[in-house]
Design a protein around this ligand. Structure first.
Ligand SMILES: Nc1ncnc2c1ncn2[C@@H]1O[C@H](COP(=O)(O)OP(=O)(O)OP(=O)(O)O)[C@@H](O)[C@H]1O
Ligand SMILES: [Mg+2]
Length: 356
């Protein structure tokens, strides 16, 4: 059985590589979004379907893995069908399947991986497992038709803060990373300390608009060293929490908008300074931003201004491609298939899958 599948998938891969209008179906279920998308060729998104579990997890203040897996199981069929219908195609029009296989929550990933393997096997289609971070980076290809590697990329998301040199579509070099909390994680934790609902990033951004970003200097030595590519965000988060506790003990009231604005500024300054420096130091003329935190307008603005000042092109994904979606997985999957990468039916979920 599996030999018959392998032969069919290999034939399908060759056909996919030779048809520039081939359709690819992608599935993403690494965390709290069940998503599917149909892509034509390399960068034309025909449909995107996303079911978000945020309301489900909100009352717990964060993602509950068991609930996430169950919800993916309940919704994945509907989400995939909706992506096919809104692209005005059927599964018989699809030439290849891509699925996020890590990093992420193992139970959540397994739902997408199992569903994708089932579809690929039933239809004899080529299957590719995609690294979720390669997907976030590929969101930039969907936004800029002319963007090609090499370029520098800052990935700032719920689980990662990486400075990555994108050497080629599927070749990456990690230059810097957070030593503790990811940027999105720090946004979520500080938002929680300020009493804002989950996910805190967008809520904190809204509150910060009313505040003074210069009120509290939340600095850290590591973040201020431009030569050092690693970040640290847990110290800034602790400084915010200590400030709130001290004020509470003294019966003082602080303006939460000033705290939000000062925290956001400290995070944006560190991300901006180090990533633009890395781009210049490695001779890259382009810096791209990726991951959920790329939806933050203060960060986009700070990077854009610094890139302009230093003569670097700045790219960031269209807002619909910033947080988890399957179009970005489709695009990364496409480039993997074009490079001859194929996953067999032994494809598994790898919760700590490394990009490089
Ligand atoms: N406007 C915003 N400002 C700041 N943070 C934001 C904003 N919008 C989303 N985020 C943050 O982005 C994160 C979600 O991004 P994403 O969905 O890429 O994370 P993830 O998939 O859970 O993690 P990873 O991609 O690292 O596996 C959350 O931490 C959220 O608070
Ligand atoms: Mg993500």
């Amino acid at each position: 059985m599996s030999e018959m599948y392998s032969a069919s998938a290999a034939k399908g891969l060759a056909a996919y590589q030779h048809n520039k209008d081939a359709l690819l179906l992608a599935i993403e279920s690494s965390c709290d979004e069940t998503a599917a998308s149909v892509l034509r060729g390399d960068r034309e998104v025909l449909s995107m379907s996303v079911y978000t579990q945020i309301p489900l997890h909100r009352k717990f203040g964060g993602v509950v893995p068991e609930l996430a897996s169950r919800s993916h199981v309940e919704k994945i069929g509907e989400v995939v069908n909706y992506a096919l219908e809104s692209a005005k195609v059927t599964i018989d029009d699809i030439s290849a399947i891509a699925v996020t296989c890590g990093p992420g929550l193992v139970g959540a990933l397994l739902v997408g991986v199992s569903y994708a393997k089932g579809l690929a096997f039933a239809k004899g289609l080529p299957l590719i497992g995609v690294n979720h971070l390669a997907g976030h980076i590929a969101a930039n290809y969907l936004t800029y038709p002319d963007l090609k590697p090499p370029f520098m990329c800052l990935v700032a998301s719920g689980g990662h803060s990486h400075i990555i040199k994108v050497e080629d579509y599927h070749k990456f070099t990690l230059l810097g990373r957070t030593r503790d909390d990811a940027a999105g994680e720090a946004f979520d934790k500080v938002a929680r300390a300020l009493g804002l609902p989950y996910p805190g990033g967008p809520e904190l951004e809204k509150l910060a608009r009313e505040g003074d970003p210069n009120k509290y200097p939340f600095h850290s030595a590591l973040n201020q060293s431009i030569e050092e590519s690693d970040f640290s965000f847990s110290g800034i988060k602790t400084a915010v929490v200590n400030l709130l506790h001290n004020a509470e003990q003294k019966g003082e009231s602080l303006d939460p908008a000033d705290i939000a604005a000062s925290f956001q500024r400290a995070v944006c300054d560190a991300l901006t300074m180090k990533s633009v420096h890395a781009a210049k130091a490695h001779g890259m003329d382009t810096l791209a931003l990726a991951g959920g935190v790329s939806a933050n307008k203060a960060l986009r603005g700070a990077l854009e201004a610094e890139c302009r000042r230093q003569g670097v092109r700045f790219c960031c994904p269209d807002f619909r491609f910033c947080t988890d979606n399957a179009a970005m997985i489709a695009c990364a999957g496409h480039y993997g298939l074009m490079a001859g990468q194929l996953s067999g039916l032994e494809l598994n979920a790898v919760p700590n899958l490394a990009l490089c």
